[in-house]
Design a protein around this ligand. Structure first.
Ligand code: UDP
Length: 310
């Protein structure tokens, strides 16, 4: 009997890769998306497989017929410019959408996985960030809509686990990049690539000394599936611990694309975290997970993809 997985946000960057890998591994996939930031082009190649697409806003009751073994709740605007433009949908999908997705998992006796984020650590005062760190989040700042929605989603998930006995998992995702990111989604890697591939100025925010740790999409998907199949119920960071400054990633992308672009400095967005690096001891020891794709290798593949889009 094939296992059936429901993925909310299936037409998004991570959701579409997750759908594809689960199909490759023999699962039936039901993808749900309201296409607010997702795109059917990301899943068009899955239609002749064991993949069903339902266009639906998961802040409303989710109806799925028959057996469901896993519910993966990935729906959410996830780029800073998206959640600045869509503050209320971001709060609603993290709060109401998580409630509906948990309700579906409970009704079906399914395992539930929530896409959480390194943003739950806010502008962190502990470095690198362990799962035990409670974070430094500004609830009323512009990023608060995303950070607090995801923090609420984690609390709701643990409540369903403790009170209803649902088998739940929480993955805290660090910056991830790869093919199918939107050219104009505003995040550092697609922004720098689209600028460099057009020989335009590359816009570094602030002085570029802020750090991030970039994970290639296939490594992230592997970590998520390991967590989904594990017996772990506490949050687990999935992210590549290699930390780089934003200026360094901008320079690397300019050099790798052979662009003549120069770097220009723009104001740092409000509450932009100064440092970010996952402590992945839990993922290593509990899931046997380790990132496999080196930054340069992942950037080459991502540049190839963006070349076809600019
Ligand atoms: N950033 C930048 N230029 C851009 C886009 C982003 O310098 O055109 C910076 C941003 O201020 C942040 C880092 O790159 O410090 C990563 O930003 P991103 O939007 O990718 O994600 P975040 O980690 O902030 O959620």
């Amino acid at each position: 009997m094939k296992k059936r997985v429901v993925i909310t946000g299936a037409a998004g960057f991570i959701g579409s890769h997750l759908s594809e890998t689960l199909l490759d591994r023999g699962y039936d996939v039901i993808g749900i998306d309201n296409l607010l930031t997702g795109d059917t082009a990301n899943i068009a190649h899955l239609v002749n497989r064991d993949f069903t697409f339902i266009k639906h806003d998961v802040t409303n009751y989710i109806y799925v017929e028959g057996q469901v073994d896993y519910v993966l709740h990935w729906a959410s605007p996830a780029s800073p410019i998206d959640y600045l433009e869509l503050p209320i949908p971001t709060l609603k999908v993290g709060a109401l959408g998580t409630h509906k997705a948990l309700g579906l998992a409970k009704a079906k006796g399914a395992t539930f996985v929530i896409a959480s984020t390194s943003e739950v650590y806010g502008d962190p005062l502990e470095h690198p960030q362990k799962e035990t760190y409670w974070g430094n989040v500004n609830p009323v700042g512009p990023r608060g809509v995303y950070d607090e929605a995801k923090r609420f989603a984690e609390a709701m998930t643990m409540a369903y686990h403790r009170y209803h006995g649902v088998n739940t998992k929480i993955v805290r995702i660090f910056n991830t990049y790869g093919p199918r990111m939107r050219l104009h989604d505003g995040r550092a890697v697609p922004a720098f690539m689209s600028q460099a591939l057009r020989n335009e100025d590359v816009t570094v925010f602030g002085d570029g000394t802020q750090t991030r740790s970039f994970t290639y999409i296939t490594d992230l998907v592997d970590g998520i599936i390991r967590l989904m199949l594990s017996d772990q119920n506490d949050p687990i960071n999935i992210g590549n611990p290699r930390e780089t400054t934003i200026e360094e990633i901008a320079r690397t992308i300019i050099q790798m694309t052979g662009a003549t672009s120069r770097i220009v400095y723009r104001p740092l967005p409000t509450d932009d975290p100064k440092i970010r690096q996952p402590d992945i001891t839990r993922a290593r020891t509990l899931l046997g997970w380790e990132p496999q794709v080196q930054l340069e290798e992942g950037l080459v593949k991502t540049i190839e993809y963006f070349r076809t889009k600019v």
